[in-house]
Design a binder for this molecule. Sequence first.
Ligand code: SF4
Ligand code: SF4
Length: 175
Amino acid sequence: MVFFWLLIFAKIRGNFFPLFIFTAMSEREINWDEEFADDPEYQAMTPEQRDKLLAFMERMLDKGLAAIYGDEEEGIPDANVNCSQCLSSCKAKCCTLIFALTKQEAEKGIAEYNQQRPYFIARDKDGYCPHLDRKTFSCAIWYDRPLRCRRYDCCTDENVWPDGIPDELKSAFPG
Ligand code: SF4
Ligand code: SF4
């Protein structure tokens, strides 16, 4: 699963402190307690404080007030997936998943982002990315597609393959 850090400032007991949360390239609900398991500041809060803080974060995102920061890491290769072999089965399910753009991507302005929740990737009403051709499932910004699109490997993602990868498509995932 691909993670991205989101930095916001939260007010707890009268003090502001930076709190990192990350978004996953997945439409599954995030288990915040699990995701924050290694964060001592988060663990130090009472369940009531945590609920309040998370509700606050959600409101910030809904109002479009949260800012996303993060530099792209160098040296991580793109995923090795032969998508063209799978498209008739997967229907580009990955292009419906929600993820955050990096700071560089937000600055470049090539990939559309959700105006209500900057800088999460935009999604059309049918759930697909606006850059996806619905007939061919090709990406209109392929050479400038976001980092998460480039590095995402769906092979173990149950959102894409709830019953696992069909045998005839396994060669599309050389690893
Ligand atoms: S990454 Fe997976 S879901 Fe996305 S187009 Fe390629 S094979 Fe299909
Ligand atoms: S930018 Fe391209 S590869 Fe990424 S989600 Fe949109 S259509 Fe899919």
